[in-house]
Design a binder for this molecule. Structure first.
Ligand SMILES: Nc1ncnc2c1ncn2[C@@H]1O[C@H](COP(=O)(O)OP(=O)(O)OP(=O)(O)O)[C@@H](O)[C@H]1O
Ligand SMILES: [Mg+2]
Length: 270
């Protein structure tokens, strides 16, 4: 049964309007060679919200995240069956250009990975690699991305310094700036704070909540408190690549339908 958040009833009050679905997996299966890493996933991800993916190591969270912007294409043995709709268009259709798709659906990784380039060039790279430099003011776009990534105040006087000279937390916000520079709609984050200290983690968490005002955020985290704090929706994957429960974060954490989910959330296994 597909849980879809989109209903087309009209309503003037934005806060009571049903969530718009921006991404929808339908019977999505991912294999690595003969091994199935994801089993028939159905999930509707709402626009401009934070959706958290949680579950024990090896349950397929990163695989699911990568299937959204076709990063699994880059893994030779990976094979996808089923559909993944972005605004109703299956991203696995033959006429979809994965590079253009990744311009709309950006990604931030676990370990901050700035390039050995200046802070400015790290963010400008996000524009150049996506081929969006025609007719745009790069200085302005870089500044905007750094502001949106809550890093501008810390780096505005040192844009020519290497990105590698920043602290880990600043590097991660730099990578977030690089991801949002091309103005994507969706930002995928794979454990973006797990390599950071508590102060940097809290900054990145605040930033994620802010980003959700403008972008759809899908985040993998091993940190239950983090999922509970910052996400609106939570998807719980369990071993074997099964999506066991998906729903409002409050409900998942306070009153999950499945005992296995409750056991996982309360730390009985995983
Ligand atoms: N490149 C790959 N080649 C072959 N198998 C892979 C590859 N990447 C992942 N897998 C397998 O797919 C399954 C799901 O892996 P995935 O990395 O998606 O899990 P995860 O939930 O992100 O785990 P973790 O929390 O440890 O990051 C695992 O059994 C893993 O061994
Ligand atoms: Mg992972």
């Amino acid at each position: 049964m597909i849980q879809t958040a989109t209903e087309t009833e009209s309503c003037d009050n934005r806060s009571t309007r049903p969530d718009e679905t921006v991404l929808r997996a339908s019977d999505l299966n991912v294999y690595y060679g003969d091994d199935r890493a994801l089993r028939s996933i159905d999930m509707a991800i709402p626009e401009r919200k934070v959706t958290a993916l949680i579950g024990p190591s090896g349950c397929g969270k990163s695989t699911f995240l990568r299937s959204i912007n076709r990063m699994n294409d880059l893994i030779d043995v990976a094979r996808v069956e089923g559909e993944l709709y972005f605004h109703g268009k299956n991203v696995y259709d033959d006429d979809v250009d994965p590079v253009a798709l990744r311009r709309k659906i950006g990604m931030v990784f676990q370990k901050p990975n700035p390039f050995p380039k200046s802070i400015f060039d790290n963010v400008a790279y996000g524009l150049e690699v996506q081929g969006t430099t025609d007719d745009v003011d790069i200085d302005e776009r870089v500044e905007r991305a750094l502001k949106n990534a809550a890093l501008w105040n810390e780096v505005e006087d040192r844009l020519d310094e290497s990105g590698l000279e920043l602290s880990g937390g600043q590097q991660q916000r730099l990578c977030i700036a690089r991801a949002i520079a091309p103005d994507p709609e969706v930002i995928l984050m794979d454990e973006p704070a797990s390599a950071l200290d508590p102060v940097a983690t809290s900054k990145v968490e605040d930033l994620i909540e802010e980003l959700a005002e403008e972008y759809t955020v899908v985040i993998v985290t091993h940190n239950m408190q983090q999922a509970a704090r910052i996400s609106n929706k939570t998807a719980v994957f369990l071993t074997g690549g099964e999506l066991v429960e998906f729903g409002d974060t409050n409900e998942i954490f306070e009153n999950p339908d499945h005992d296995r989910v409750e056991d996982y959330i309360t730390g009985k296994f995983g």
